[in-house]
Design a protein around this ligand. Structure first.
Ligand code: UFG
Length: 325
């Protein structure tokens, strides 16, 4: 298929592009390179430097004729979204509506969308299945939930078929080592652990050790970005061949605590990784794990790279390569 990947120069987008190429799809990347990196582009693919806030850019891109598109262009810092909701309204909501309108105008009616576990908010039970109530606790999660609703309306009114993929904690890097462009100003756990391991920061903070979990630190469901990428390709093939939309959770169901993650990183990198326990970070649920049986049932998808050693090992390799260590 001819696939337009919007946000394809970013961390997850570039892994999706690599997987699409491996499965024989013809890819064009659309990205404004605000957080995406030139380094993440493959020279075999088309590239359009464009902005989702510019309708003209989108119409020019969709005008080239695509069978499907993947939309991963969004701001994703939950904390920031509570301070600057306007940024998230404009980029995530307005940007997505621009994309949807351009897509239907040019009859590109198969869409895979990066949604998030942030659509659920504080879990009422774990593991979280697709039907768990949606009560986002931050504005970022709210934007993702609203976009899921927009897609459902465009399905009814315009015949769009979509896959909303709700990622849990995306982590890891391309196990083949081709992609190692690091995110700018990362705030997530593993990149921060790696910055300490690589000597880019002296120590890290572990936010809270008084949660009701086995060691008092938060439990998360880390899913390797290459596993996420394979789910995108399977979902794209599913919705376009069956003409049926999908909403899926993507995680492994295995919860890992923050302390376990840091200890594993010490073992794998052989570095001390200084960490201190500090106050809880506001808005962090004690445990977030996914029930992703539906992805297996619908797509035959299974996580292959999401064990702790591959998550951390592949990330450490990317950091060492990037910093030429
Ligand atoms: N953490 C630390 N120290 C740090 C950074 C993080 O202790 O320096 C802890 C957090 O408190 C949390 C865990 O590590 O307990 C994971 O935190 P991240 O910031 O890496 O990820 P979140 O779970 O907060 O959020 C991520 C994505 C969201 C997504 C969510 C879904 O960033 O977009 O996973 O599970 F919605």
């Amino acid at each position: 298929m001819k696939v337009l990947v919007i946000g394809g120069a970013g961390y997850i987008g570039s892994h999706v592009v690599k997987e699409l190429m491996a499965k024989g799809h013809k890819v064009t990347v659309f990205d404004n390179l605000s957080s995406g990196l030139k380094q993440n582009l493959f020279k075999e693919n088309g590239f359009i430097k464009g902005d989702i806030l510019k309708v003209k850019d989108l119409e020019k891109a969709f005008g080239k004729g695509f069978d499907a598109f993947v939309h991963l262009a969004a701001f994703k810092a939950a904390g920031e979204s509570m301070v600057c909701p306007e940024k998230y309204s404009i980029n995530n909501i307005t940007g997505t509506l621009n994309i949807l309108n351009a897509a239907v105008k040019f009859k590109c009616l198969n869409m895979v969308f990066s949604s998030s576990a942030a659509t659920f908010g504080e879990p009422q039970y774990v593991p979280i299945d697709e039907n768990h109530p949606k009560n986002p606790e931050n504005y970022y999660g709210f934007t993702k939930l609203k976009i899921e609703e927009f897609m459902a309306w465009y399905e009814k009114l315009k015949g769009l078929k979509f896959a909303a993929l709700r990622y849990f904690n995306a982590a890891g890097y391309d196990p083949e080592g081709v992609l190692y462009g690091l995110e700018k100003n990362p705030a997530n756990l593993l990149p921060i652990v790696m910055e300490v391991a690589c000597g880019k920061r002296d120590k890290m903070k572990i936010f809270g050790n008084d949660y009701p979990t086995r060691d008092g630190t938060c439990i998360r469901d880390y899913i390797h970005v290459t596993d996420l990428a394979s789910a995108h390709v399977l979902a794209l093939e599913y919705i376009s061949s069956r003409k049926e939309s999908l909403t899926l959770n993507l995680g492994t169901g295995n919860g890992i605590t923050v302390t376990e993650m840091v200890d594993a990183a010490r073992r794998i990198t052989g570095k001390e990784i200084k960490a201190e326990y500090v106050e809880r970070r506001p808005g962090d649920p004690a445990q977030l794990t996914a029930k992703s049986d539906l992805a297996k049932e619908k797509l035959g998808w299974e996580a292959k790279y999401s064990d702790v050693d591959t998550l951390i090992g592949s990330t450490y390799s990317a950091y060492k390569k990037f910093y030429k260590m």
